[in-house]
Design a protein around this ligand. Sequence first.
Ligand code: FAD
Ligand code: SF4
Length: 493
Amino acid sequence: MARTNYEVNRQKTRVPMPELDPVERAQTFDEVALGYSEEEAVAEARRCIQCPNAPCVGGCPVGVPIPQFIAQVAEGNFARAYAIVKSANSLPAICGRVCPQETQCEGMCTRGKNGEPVSIGRLERFTSDWAFEHPEEAAAAMEEFACEGEGLVEQTAGDDAAASIDLSGKRVAVVGSGPASLTCAGELAKLGCDVTVFEALHKVGGVLTYGIPEFRLPKDLVQREVSKLGDKGVSFEVNALVGKLYDIDELMEDRGFDAVFVGTGAGLPSYLGIEGEGLNGVSVASELLTRVNLMKAYLFPEYETPVYAGKKCVVVGGGNVAMDAARTARRLGAEVTVVYRRGREEMPARAEEVHHAEQEGIRFQLLTNPTRILGDEKGWVSGVECVRMELGEPDASGRRRPTAVEGSEFVIDIDMLVVAAGSKTNPLIAKTTPGLEVTPRSLIVADERTGATSKPGVFAGGDAVIGAATVILAMGAGKRAAAGIAEYLVPKA
Ligand code: FAD
Ligand code: SF4
């Protein structure tokens, strides 16, 4: 057993997260998880046994020094805990809320072998929320840590080889403003680089702003993180669709950028390809979520954005996006059923999100696939025909392949249907950037370590390279690309 300076809390279960009541929260877009109090955070942190080899750190794509920050929480040194987290993770308030910790750091936690793992994500969230409430103490701790803590960060945060490069006088354009781009921009700004972020939409943040709903990730918190980048000198051009307004060659040749990072995500929705998808009342999840999150349709008439809210809604899909769409439709007043062609075990959504959806009264029709969307004489959706499925042998993804059970068709009566069947990359950048190698699915081909693409001076990372994935993987790619850009701009002697 490793040495700790505190008495270890032997409780096998985690300190529960306080949450809004399920009945109350189905009527509001307020955040569901309320966060630990100081006492709760200390009690949970004391469950950490400070393993010498810290397997949890190996599960974190940005290498947060987990036992070190948890030890500080356990001893009540919250400002220092925040400084340690922040040394490796530029968006801890966001990651603490939406990262799939159960398959990453917490999936590796030693305490999970005989009980529940330490709630690393909740503690990460606690430190950043605490720092927001105590800005002066947090700033002082960060300054102190920046001097004495560098060794610790380099040991644990992976590729920080570029940390000492001075990029003063260099200019980098960052295309897109999701977590990959924000991380890349922040890391480059730390090195003195002049960074401009170009975002197609009118608000920055990517999926953090327009995709993940308010009740999981409050938007003022995302804008708070973005404004910190502004304080570091990063500038933002919104309503700037690169590939239409200017292309990447123009950014480099006419606007004088020395390098470009492409973090344009995978925001193009996939459709089911079945009859009836063009009916009124049928939409894709990204449209519903964008209207509600980015354009605040749920605050109608204060915000004028219209949003269609039916009374009986089917959401098709089993991932996080499907859960977000279902819980959003529920809050708009619909009775919601999620239709998914595989079983519960195979659902890609986080277990916590499925649990929250069930608590809010959302029903699940598993092993069920839509075959046809039915409409009325006025062109509005009136039902969805589905077929029962059974699972066969595993397919290329390793999941058991669903096959239709003959003669099992049935109809669900609805007046709203939302498709959450995955997303692809938009081919605009690929089409307008000569010399940029892409895959047949329009994913940008980039070096895993540096983010370098086939086009000199152009780097890429996040969903635009690996397809729809997670916030923390996008951040890890943004961080590695910043190091790659720094080495490209100031090669080692
Ligand atoms: P994005 O976040 O997609 O950002 C790309 C940005 O580029 C967008 O703002 C877009 O407008 C802009 N852009 C695109 N093309 C151009 C152009 N030509 N010019 C200028 N700008 C452009 N992950 C998790 O880890 N946990 C979750 O709980 C989770 N929930 C999710 C829920 C939803 C509804 C969705 C859609 C995704 C979710 N994800 C979740 C996935 C995660 O959000 C993404 O993997 C992550 O945001 C990818 O980051 P990115 O920076 O690569 O791209
Ligand atoms: Fe603490 Fe779990 Fe990491 Fe061990 S694996 S150091 S118990 S968080």
